[in-house]
Design a protein around this ligand. Structure first.
Ligand code: ZN
Ligand code: ZN
Length: 511
C-alpha cells in the first residue's frame, strides 16, 4: 500500500469512492433515505477539491488504484472524512491512513463517526463525547462526536543512538552539547550542565543538584546520577566506563572545547573517538513524534502571522512588528523563539538577515518577516513578504519570480535527490528571470532541535536527501538599497516528493 498526499486529479475518483462506500458499507446501519441524504451523488467537484486542498488529505493506493482516503483539518485537529473502498474493507487501509493523519494532528483529534465507523475509532482509543443527530437535506442521521487526546509524546532517542554505535565501532557515545543531550534524553537543561552517556546496554544522565529533580521527572530509559562537590563528570564517567567495559567512547568533536577534551583525555581510561557526525546523521531524519511536534510549532508561527497581518500598516516600525511576533508566538504556546525574528522593510529588505530597526513601514513597500518558535524542543521557521498599499511592476515581477522559484524547488524535492539539485531547480528560475546575481544564499537548511541543522539544500550538498528530512524552502531576491523578497516554507522529504508543513498562503498579499 502506498499513501501519498492528495492531488487535484484524484478528486473525481474520491467522490465516487465516497458515494459507493456510503451506499454499501454503511447500508447496514442507515435507511436508504438516510444514505441518499448523506451521499446524494452528483457531487460538486470544485467544492470537494477546495476542501481537500484546504485540509491535509491523504490517498491510499493499492496496486496503483485508489483504495481509500482521509482528510484532516490541521488547524482544528478535525478528522473530516475517512473512507475505504467497499471491497477493500478490513485490510488495514483505514488504519494506515489514520496513523498518518493522527500523526499530523499534534495532540488532539476529533471526528464525527458514523454508527458503522464507531467501533473502528473505539479500538483506536477514541472516546465518545456525544451522540448527535445531524441534518442532511431534511433527513436526520445519527453519528458520534469522538475524541482522541494523545498523551503528548515523551520523546527520547537513546535507542536509536545505541543502535548506531556498532556502525562506528563505538562502545558508548558521550553527549555534552545541549541540542544532542536534549535529542537523546528529551530533557532540556541549559548550557553545559548535564551529560548523557549512551552505551549498548544502559544509558546514563549526569547532572547537578539544580536539575536532579526535573531530570528525574523528564528523563526516561536512563540512569540518573548526580554530580557535585568532589564527584565531577569525570568520576561519573569512570564509573560507567568500568560498569560497561567501555573501550572506545565517541565524543562531539564539533562541540567540545579543547580544554574539556584535554581534561577527559587525561582522566578517562578509554579511547575518545570524534563522532559528532553520528548524531548529525540520526537527527537528519525525523520520526512521527518529531514531525507532530514540528507541525505544532509551525502552526503557532502561522497563528502569529495571521494576527500580525492585521497590524501592519504605514507608521508601524520593524521593531514593533518583531516584538509583536514574539509576543504572539509565546501567547500561542511557544516555549521560545527559534531565533530573533527578522523584520525588514523597503530598502532594508535587501539585507537577508537584517536586524529589525526603528524604521517606519511606508506605503508602496515590502515587509519581509522571517520568524519561528520552539515548541517542545523543536523549531519552526517561516518567511513571508507582504506589500503595503501598492506594488510597482518591478516589485510584482520580483515577488512572482521568488514564488515560482520556491515552487520549483519544492517540486524537485524528494528522497534521493541531492540538496544541490533542489537548490538548482529554484536557482534556475531566478537566473532565467535575470535576477541570478541577487540570490546569494542557499535554498534551504535542515530544521529540527536546532534552527540550522543537516541536511542543507544548497549547492554545497551533493548528497541525496533522505526521506524524513525536514528542510526549509526559502529562495529570495535582494536588490541592494532597493528591496528584497523571500518566501519560506518548511517541507518534509518523502519517497515520492515532499509534504509542506507550512499552510499559510503565499500569493502576493497587498495590505
Ligand atoms: Zn527563516
Ligand atoms: Zn530558514
Amino acid at each position: 500500500m502506498i499513501i501519498r498526499e492528495y492531488r487535484p486529479e484524484d478528486c473525481p475518483r474520491l467522490t465516487e469512492l465516497f458515494h459507493q462506500t456510503v451506499h454499501t458499507v454503511n447500508a447496514a446501519d442507515y435507511t436508504p433515505a438516510q444514505l441518499e441524504a448523506w451521499a446524494p451523488g452528483g457531487a460538486e467537484l470544485r467544492d470537494w477539491d477546495r476542501s481537500f486542498r484546504a485540509h491535509y488529505t491523504l490517498v491510499a493506493l493499492e496496486g496503483g488504484e485508489i483504495a481509500g482516503f482521509g482528510d484532516l483539518d490541521t488547524e482544528t485537529g478535525y478528522l473530516d472524512r475517512l473512507y475505504v473502498r467497499w471491497d477493500l474493507q478490513g485490510r488495514g487501509v483505514a488504519s494506515a491512513l489514520c496513523d498518518r493523519l493522527e500523526g499530523r494532528a499534534a495532540g488532539r483529534i476529533v471526528t464525527h463517526a458514523s454508527i458503522t465507523a464507531r467501533p473502528f475509532f473505539e479500538k483506536r482509543g477514541y472516546r465518545t463525547l456525544a451522540r448527535q443527530q445531524v441534518e442532511r437535506r431534511g433527513i436526520y442521521l445519527t453519528n458520534y462526536i469522538m475524541e482522541k487526546q494523545e498523551e503528548l509524546p515523551r520523546m527520547n532517542h537513546f535507542k536509536e543512538i545505541a543502535a548506531a554505535l556498532d556502525s562506528r565501532g563505538l562502545d558508548a557515545m558521550l553527549l555534552s552539547c545541549e541540542a544532542n543531550r536534549f535529542y537523546a534524553s528529551g530533557f532540556h537543561s541549559s548550557g553545559t550542565d548535564g551529560m548523557a552517556l549512551v552505551t549498548r546496554n544502559r544509558n546514563y544522565y549526569f547532572t547537578d543538584s539544580r536539575y536532579t529533580e526535573a531530570a528525574g521527572r523528564a528523563v526516561r530509559d536512563a540512569e540518573l546520577r548526580e554530580v557535585g562537590g568532589r564527584i565531577g563528570y569525570s568520576t561519573r564517567l569512570k564509573e560507567a566506563i568500568a560498569e560497561q567495559s567501555i573501550e572506545r567512547m565517541g565524543y562531539e568533536d564539533a562541540y567540545m572545547t579543547v580544554k574539556e577534551y584535554e581534561t577527559y583525555r587525561q582522566a578517562l581510561p578509554c579511547e575518545l573517538v570524534p563522532a559528532a557526525e553520528l548524531l548529525q546523521e540520526l537527527r537528519r531524519v525525523k520520526d512521527r513524534e518529531e514531525l507532530a511536534v514540528m507541525t505544532a510549532a509551525q502552526r503557532i508561527a502561522e497563528r502569529a502571522l495571521e494576527d500580525i497581518l492585521k497590524e501592519i500598516r504605514p507608521g508601524v516600525t520593524e521593531r514593533e512588528i518583531a516584538a509583536r511576533l514574539q509576543y504572539l508566538m509565546l501567547h500561542y504556546g511557544a516555549e521560545n523563539m527559534s531565533f530573533d525574528p527578522i523584520v525588514v522593510s523597503g530598502p532594508n529588505g535587501s539585507l537577508p538577515h537584517g536586524v529589525p530597526s526603528e524604521r517606519e513601514i511606508r506605503s508602496g513597500e515590502f515587509v519581509t518577516m522571517d520568524f519561528g518558535c520552539i515548541y517542545r524542543g523543536y523549531c519552526s521557521d517561516m518567511t513571508r513578504t507582504v506589500a503595503v498599499g501598492s506594488v510597482t511592476e518591478e516589485m510584482r515581477a520580483v515577488y512572482e519570480t521568488v514564488l515560482a522559484a520556491q515552487k520549483a524547488g519544492i517540486a524537485a524535492a524528494r528522497a534521493g535527490v541531492t540538496g544541490r539539485d533542489v537548490d538548482g531547480a529554484a536557482r534556475q528560475v531566478i537566473a532565467d528571470a535575470g535576477y541570478g546575481a541577487y540570490f546569494g544564499h542557499g535554498f534551504g537548511h535542515g530544521v529540527g532541535v536546532e534552527i540550522h541543522e543537516a541536511p542543507t539544500a544548497s549547492s554545497a550538498n551533493d548528497k541525496p536527501l533522505p526521506a524524513g528530512a525536514v528542510i526549509s524552502a526559502e529562495p529570495g531576491i535582494y536588490l541592494p538599497g532597493k528591496l528584497g523578497v523571500r518566501i519560506e516554507d518548511v517541507i518534509v522529504i518523502t519517497e515520492d516528493g515532499c509534504e509542506n508543513l507550512t499552510r499559510a498562503p503565499k500569493e502576493l498579499l497587498i495590505l
